[in-house]
Design a protein around this ligand. Structure first.
Ligand code: FAD
Ligand code: DLZ
Ligand code: SF4
Length: 507
């Protein structure tokens, strides 16, 4: 009897477990463009176009390999949810069984489990650690630290290893990866793929259906096939990897890419595999074309962080994205949706996000994330924003980064202390402050950098929770050494800023 094989928009990988379990001679692949997946948060139009265009091309690829693919385009008749489409196809093909690679979001897992169909879940093995590998490692540990998990993964994969020892003698070269912004950037950024006729069709559809969502659809240049994604990988390896480490944390006005790879969208929809990306980087070090600090730093992001956050997402369970350990409840201010602000760092990161559906890690963590945390924004709203606006955002990776690492809303599972800073950190790692309408060196009074006020306000209001944290003792000692009158001024000015933010005034 015919079975349906579900392939989702972020499961565009040839060796997908559900495909491996199926038989092209009698089973039917179901792929569906549905409104529900484009609107459960208002995804950036570039992200929707990337997913739909890559889905169409992957369907053609599967047909070329002999699969029968029942594909529903958004402008064709059909249901508007994944489960609705499965039910429609089940009736069409007289099927009752569905083979599915477990989705990367609890929401869809639940929907499939509740569907009146027999769904056989196959583990998503496009990762380097299985869910049970991670659960076994985490079992009985009081605190989960990425660094130790990463070492385990180095040993498991043999990446950058000499026998049982890390090459170069150290596991982690992060201390060499925190250089301030360079004078100029001699890398043009990722390769851009002009839309072909098929992509143009998708762009017209996305414009018509999702044109009101935050974000610019044009120019659209993402890779939409595996061959193009491999080209993007080669381009990064050859041109940016050698300097990736040095400037990994730097931020510059109007420089969107620096030496970052912009490979996360392709990794996350399945066009590239994490192992092949890490191996390509390792080979570059072996050939003497990229330094160890760059290659180790890059591999750690994928082998360490990417696998670690996925482990946390599935270990913690479906309620993880709703956690709010610090009890923050302020609404997300309009500046996150492009309303004008005099804060140059936020303005730069939000504008770049709007135009490219991309910001690099430190921009997400130490500019928008830092601001939301200091200002006490409801983490659920922050989570929805990150899930919507980035092309690489899928809940398994976005939620632990946002709810955990960035907002400390999980109470310290991903990070042992909150990532908060005053303007000094942004000043050190960027050239934003030079063209800002606020002054970073000013602590209070007219023109004082809002990060300087909000930083102390955050520490002061969460004193009971954080003052005993050994990694935060210095911060509280500095605050305690300040004269009471200065402390009062900072708190009063921070509150005034928050009041204006809440009132929707331009800040
Ligand atoms: P590079 O800097 O070139 O890094 C190489 C690769 O390492 C990335 O492609 C990515 O696959 C991986 N990587 C790096 N850091 C992380 C991390 N912390 N977690 C997981 N993988 C990582 N990443 C996503 O893929 N999707 C998200 O939705 C997402 N949301 C985030 C939200 C917040 C608040 C923060 C602070 C970080 C988030 N990240 C997310 C992690 C990181 O910002 C992006 O992976 C990275 O910016 C992607 O750009 P890149 O490909 O140029 O990365
Ligand atoms: C992100 C996305 C979008 C915008 N549209 C679709 C779609 O129409 N059909 C589909 O199968 N997948 C889509 N996706 C990806 C899913 O949202 C993703 O598979 C789940 O969030 C699980 O990670
Ligand atoms: Fe951002 Fe403050 Fe620097 Fe302005 S002065 S760019 S608000 S850190």
């Amino acid at each position: 009897m015919t079975r349906l094989v579900l392939v989702l928009g972020d499961q565009l990988s040839e060796g997908l477990s559900a495909l491996r379990a199926a038989d092209p001679a009698c089973d039917v692949v179901v792929m569906a463009e549905v409104m529900a997946e484009g609107t459960y948060v208002p995804h950036h139009p570039k992200k929707i176009a990337l997913v739909l265009a890559a889905m169409r091309k992957f369907a053609a690829h599967l047909r070329g390999q002999g699969w029968q693919v029942a594909y529903r385009r958004l402008d064709e008749e059909g249901a508007e949810t994944i489960v609705g489409e499965l039910l429609r196809r089940a009736e069409e093909f007289g099927a009752v069984e569905v083979l599915a690679t477990t989705p990367g979001e609890w929401r869809l897992i639940r929907a499939l489990k509740e569907a009146p169909l027999t769904v056989h879940f196959h583990a998503d093995d496009r990762f380097l650690a299985t869910r049970s590998d991670f659960a076994d490692w985490a079992d009985g540990k009081k605190q989960l630290r990425m660094e130790y998990f990463y070492r385990l993964m180095r040993r498991k994969t043999g990446l950058l290893m000499e026998g049982d020892r890390p090459v170069g003698g150290k596991w982690n070269y992060d201390a060499e990866n925190r250089k301030a912004p360079p004078k100029g950037v001699d890398h043009p950024g990722p390769p851009q793929f002009p839309p072909d006729t098929e992509v143009e069709e998708v762009l017209a559809l996305v414009e018509a259906r999702f044109g009101t969502h935050f974000g610019h659809l044009h120019p659209f240049w993402f890779a939409t096939t595996r061959a193009q994604a491999l080209e993007a990988l080669q381009h990064f390896i050859a041109h940016a990897l050698p300097r990736f480490g040095d400037f990994q944390d730097a931020m510059m006005v109007d420089e969107r890419w620096l030496y970052h790879s912009i490979l996360s969208p392709y990794l996350n929809i399945g066009l590239l595999s994490p192992l092949e990306v890490c191996q390509a980087a390792e080979a570059e070090w072996q050939a003497g074309r990229a330094p160890l600090n760059a290659v180790e730093g890059f591999i750690r992001q994928i082998l360490g962080w990417r696998e670690f956050v996925r482990g946390i997402y599935f270990l913690e369970g479906a309620d993880y994205p709703t956690r709010n350990a610090l009890g923050h409840s302020r609404a997300l201010p309009p500046l996150f949706w492009g309303a004008p602000t005099g804060m140059q760092c936020l303005s730069q990161v939000v504008r770049q996000t709007q135009e490219e559906a991309y910001a690099h890690h430190i921009q997400r963590l130490m500019v928008t994330g830092n601001f939301a945390l200091l200002a006490g924004i409801d983490p659920a709203e922050v989570h929805d924003w990150y899930l919507a606006v980035y092309a690489d955002a899928f809940e398994w990776v976005e939620a632990p980064n946002t709810v955990g690492m960035s907002q400390f809303a999980d109470g310290g599972i991903v990070g042992s202390k909150p990532y908060v800073s005053s303007g000094a950190y942004i000043h050190r790692m960027s050239n934003y402050c030079g063209s800002c309408s606020y002054r970073v060196e000013q602590k209070t009074g007219e023109g004082a950098c809002p990060f300087n006020l909000l930083y102390w306000h955050f520490l002061d209001r969460h004193r009971a929770r954080f003052e005993g944290n050994p990694r935060m003792g210095n911060m509280y000692r500095t605050w305690d050494r300040m004269e009471a009158e200065k402390q009062d001024r900072i708190i009063a000015e921070a509150e005034d800023f928050l009041r204006r933010l809440e009132a929707g005034e331009e800040v």
